[in-house]
Write a protein of this length. Structure first.
Length: 84
């Protein structure tokens, strides 16, 4: 499974998006607002799940963190940058 699909599956699993499949989540679409429509509570849950699964450090409330969480593509880029 590609990193993009792993992230999509993690989003679906950790946020209990039962009616959403990996194919429904566009890699470059915004996760919040007009895109997938996630909210700040979802962001917290997703952040914790990403920290746990990929063992990365995420700074709360920083502008760069908001940028990382823009889309699946930006999350994948961030996770890859944190890997040794």
């Amino acid at each position: 499974m590609t990193l993009h699909n792993e992230i999509k599956q993690l989003i679906i699993d950790c946020l209990d998006l039962e009616d959403v499949s990996i194919d429904d989540i566009e890699t470059d679409a915004p996760l919040f607002g007009d895109g997938l429509g996630l909210d700040s509570i979802d962001a917290l849950e997703l952040g914790l799940a990403i920290k746990k699964k990929f063992d990365v450090k995420i700074e709360a409330n920083s502008d760069s963190t908001k940028a990382h969480f823009y889309s699946v593509a930006s999350l994948a880029k961030f996770i890859e940058s944190q890997r040794p």
